[in-house]
Design a protein around this ligand. Structure first.
Ligand code: ADP
Ligand code: MG
Ligand code: MG
Length: 893
């Protein structure tokens, strides 16, 4: 039969799945010989059963009986014994820490009789005993029976007012006894029954309440936001009570072995004398800095420091600790590897390497691309110490300042005049999309990290603070804490911290970006964060198997990406080369009536394209550059139907000549498509419009030959988009090879020809397509669109927020690759392509190339490189290194 209960001595830190983080670490500390009160852990699996089988878990009660009996023997007391009671805490603790989300009940086992026994244990300390009892009723009432906490707080407040005191420690035994009576009334009023006096019943009810707290609304919401699976369940820890509320020689505190904000080594924490549990964090009385404990109780202080050093040495990481001192005796109540800011994650990892505590490989696993991304956002310069007017959820990072506008239309109008605006809404909906695009940032009063505003903003990389619920948003002003902010006033919003400031807070580029750009202020070169980033990036590059390339269409982008560490270009789009002052040439091409006219237009475009390619090849000298032949439907290069129709009508009205516009109008009408994304684009254009691809191929080959002649080393790769059948690629290839042979001659330049895999049919026939392709590049944007059958531009604002809310996706499939569906197409194509052509080069272009989760997937599938926008290159490099280290780690295991 499955074992549901583990004594602390039976567990260890690696059993987090089963014992939860708190239980596993209590067990670990127990086995290290640290002073941990005795106790046991009920497994997450018991919780899962409880929640799915409807409360009765076969065999659980008996196991708890046995472990409780053992605990009672060890402590020499029995639970709630009127003469000499054992008290316990019943504490939640899931695999992933969910701070404040679930429940804990202290002092279980106290009742009207055992309260006297507790007082006797404490040498006749009645005050302490009644204080403990009132805490039990309060926590039990709130947690187990859903009694509104405010009612208890009100009663406590009244007791203090009656007595004319400020602090709860100033209440004496009699006051607290009265308070217990008041609490019991509150309890009975809300539950319809008396506070349970049977200690074992108290414990069982508390355990069940902790199980149920896994599904409390706030816990469900938190898990969704943090992407913690819903089915893990929580463990329950039953721990013998120790008391920090026994007088001035007792107390409770929290500590960190390093500064969780900067990573600096030292002693960080807070201590509160004569207090229990939550008091420290609840802010009911003023805590003192941990250092002051040295004066209060030197012996316990020294022991705590020794233990902190031991824990850091043991976990090889920053530890976060909860402890209690009972009459000069130190007890450890919790430890875990502490949460930290992105900057601290990097500096701590580097420091631990320095101190010889962890290897460089291990250090890489301690940081993430998401953290690096945070470090790359521009930030507010807070040196003037501005104070926020309110705060919400930091939903999409960045720092944005601008004039407040309240409607999408105003945002669009202001942006058109070149003004920066912050769009403020109670909450956004799909109609706000144009305004969201126009604004510098978005601020809402409602909704969390999965609200419409948050999802859309993250998708656009736009700064967003949402759920700032102190704000009252009106038609042309909002009010917050009595302050009125009008349309046109300037605010600054910080999408990382969620803080909102009045006025324009100055913005500065992050030093990490300056470091990547190579223009770091020399004064900052030895700054711990910069050195840490340097150390870890260097190691990531040497560990990685996946190369990182960039998506770049211009020489400037290519140069920047190269500074950011790109090892080539994975996607050079050629469409922008058809825009701007070249538009008339494209119009000529589209409107050509004869072969001669068309050839004229193409010959005019060809040298321009060649110059573009040459510039890019120069910037990427020695590195591969994948150029995609023209992909979008040609009518995208023509004016809109509406504009043309009006122009033609006006000209006719005035009796003017409009032959050119009329021809263009006719062309636009002819070329109109219901679903342009599924229409005449990509390879289809190349097969339908004679000479178009040939012109581009020639320009690429000529640019490469010219660079080679200059002494450079061009490595062009020609990529054919939107192929679904090998015959399409073969047709293009035959023509291209002829041109290349002609241009390249004996220059030694090599040009590869490959294809994008972005149509599901291409993925499924990759074995055939590989016959004609020297490389595949997965266009995962289109593959996701066509795999799911939805168009990105239409759906993200329309319903993705709802899908996220319902849990249909954990994250947008455009942000992170859908492993099960679209990812499966990638896997099939990679495997079958390589079966045909073992040396086939495989890469990915499209947003997923810069997404941390997706990079790990592409590593697993065995691709050669990922390609992403210049700004994401460092993130992809770091994740490529982490993926290699992690998969090597799991091979050893
Ligand atoms: P959380 O997960 O919210 O931190 P905990 O289970 O750690 O909740 O308990 C809350 C507080 O109660 C902690 O500060 C801890 O120090 C205190 N506490 C828990 N168990 C005991 C115990 N057996 N004796 C004394 N204090 C306890
Ligand atoms: Mg805790
Ligand atoms: Mg595409």
């Amino acid at each position: 039969m499955e074992k549901f209960v583990y004594d602390f001595a039976e567990g260890n830190k690696d059993l987090k799945d089963l014992l939860g983080g708190k239980g596993a670490n209590l067990a670990e500390m127990t086995n290290l010989g640290l002073p941990v009160p005795a106790g046991f852990t009920i497994t997450t699996s018991a919780c899962q059963r409880y929640l799915s089988d409807g409360s009765h878990v076969e065999g659980l009660a008996e196991e708890i009986d046995d472990h409780l009996a053992a605990l009672e023997r060890e402590m020499g007391r029995s639970l709630g014994d009127p003469a000499d009671p054992l008290l316990v805490s019943v504490r939640s603790g899931a695999k992933f820490s969910m701070p404040g989300m679930m429940e804990t009940v202290l002092n279980v086992g106290l009742n009207d009789e055992s309260v006297a026994g507790l007082s006797r244990q404490a040498g006749g300390n009645d005050r302490f005993a009644w204080d403990s009892y009132r805490r039990l009723i309060q926590m039990f009432g709130k947690t187990v029976c859903d009694v509104p906490g405010a009612e208890f707080e009100d009663a406590l407040h009244e007791a203090k007012v009656r007595k004319g005191v400020k602090d709860d420690v100033q209440l004496d035994a009699d006051d607290l006894k009265e308070l217990v009576t008041a609490y019991k009334k509150v309890f009975a009023k809300h539950t319809g029954h008396e506070f349970p006096q049977n200690p074992r019943e108290q414990m069982d009810l508390a355990i069940a309440a902790v199980f149920r707290s896994w599904n409390a609304d706030r816990a469900v919401l938190y898990r969704r936001q943090e992407r913690i699976p819903a089915d893990l369940g929580t463990a329950v820890n039953v721990v013998a009570m120790v008391f920090g509320n026994l007088g001035a020689d007792s107390g409770t505190g929290v500590a960190f072995t390093r500064d969780p904000a900067t990573g600096e080594s030292g002693i960080y924490g807070d201590y509160l004398q004569n207090a229990q549990g939550e008091d420290v964090v609840a802010g009911i009385r003023n805590t003192v800095p941990l250092q002051d404990l040295e004066k209060i109780d030197k012996k316990s202080y020294d022991e705590l420091l020794r233990i902190m050093a031991q824990l850091e040495g043991h976990y090889h990481d920053l530890c976060d600790i909860e402890f209690t001192i009972e009459r000069g005796k130190l007890w450890m109540l919790q430890t875990r590897v502490g949460k930290r800011t992105a900057a601290a994650a990097f500096t701590i990892a580097a420091q631990l390497v320095d101190e010889g505590m962890i290897s460089l490989d291990e250090a890489l696993t301690r940081v993430s691309g998401a953290q690096l991304a945070q470090l790359m956002f521009p930030r507010f310069d807070l040196s003037s110490d501005p104070s926020p007017i309110t705060r919400g959820v930091g939903a999409s990072p960045g720092a944005a300042a601008g004039e407040v506008v309240f409607t999408s239309a105003h945002a669009v109008a202001a942006a058109a005049e070149g003004r920066s605006v912050i769009l403020v809404r109670r909450e956004t909906n799909p109609d706000d999309l144009p305004g969201m695009i126009a604004a510098q940032g978005i601020l809402t009063a409602r909704g969390g990290k999965t609200s419409h505003a948050a999802v859309v903003a993250r998708g656009m990389g736009k700064t967003c603070v949402c759920g700032a619920d102190e704000m009252e948003v009106g038609r042309d002003q909002f009010t917050v804490n009595g302050q009125v902010v009008h349309e046109g006033d300037t605010v600054s919003i910080d999408g990382t911290t969620g803080r909102v400031y009045l006025g324009a807070v100055p913005v500065q580029p992050s030093e990490v970006v300056q470091y990547f750009e190579g223009d770091l202020d020399p004064a900052l070169a030895n700054e711990p964060l910069v050195s840490a980033v340097h150390l870890l990036m260097t190691h990531a590059d040497s560990a990685a198997r996946l190369a990182v390339r960039t998506n770049a269409d211009t020489g400037a982008d290519a140069a920047r990406a190269r500074r950011f560490g790109a090892r080539g270009i994975g996607l050079c789009r050629t469409e922008h080369m058809f825009l701007g002052d070249r538009r008339p040439l494209v119009e000529r091409l589209i409107l050509a009536r004869t072969e001669a006219e068309r050839n004229d237009a193409l010959s005019a475009l060809q040298p321009l394209q060649r110059a573009d390619f040459l510039q890019i090849f120069r910037e990427m000298n020695g590195l591969p550059v994948t150029v995609r032949l023209i992909d979008p439907p040609l009518h995208e290069f023509l004016p809109s139907l509406e504009d043309l129709a009006v122009q033609v009508a006006v000209a006719k009205e005035r009796g003017e000549e409009a032959e050119h516009d009329e021809r263009m109008l006719a062309a636009v009408r002819r070329m109109h498509e219901q679903n342009p994304m599924l229409g005449l684009r990509g390879v289809r254009l190349g097969l339908v419009i004679p000479g178009l691809f040939a012109m581009q191929v020639r320009a690429i080959a000529e640019a490469a030959v010219q660079l080679a002649a200059e002494g450079g080393r061009p490595r062009p790769e020609i990529m054919v988009p939107l192929v679904g059948a090998v015959q399409e690629l073969e047709t293009v290839r035959t023509e291209a090879e002829k041109i290349i042979a002609e241009v390249v001659g004996s220059s030694g330049v090599q040009v590869l020809i490959g294809t994008m895999i972005e149509v599901p049919r291409a993925a499924l026939t990759a074995g055939q397509i590989a016959e004609a392709a020297e490389f595949f590049s997965f266009g995962t944007n289109d593959l996701t669109q066509m795999g799911w059958g939805f168009s990105r531009d239409d759906v993200e604002g329309a319903f993705f927020w709802r899908y996220l809310e319902l849990g249909i996706f954990g994250i947008s499939p455009f942000e992170s690759i859908d492993r099960d569906g679209v990812g499966r197409l990638v896997r099939i194509a990679a495997d079958e392509g390589r079966a045909t052509r073992p040396g086939l080069k495989l890469g990915v272009c499209g947003e997923h190339g810069g997404d941390p989760e997706s990079v790990h997937f592409f590593h697993e599938v065995g691709l050669d490189y990922v390609s992403c926008s210049p700004f994401r290159v460092p993130i992809a490099r770091l994740e490529a290194g982490r993926a290699a280290v992690e998969s090597a780690g799991s091979d050893h295991r």
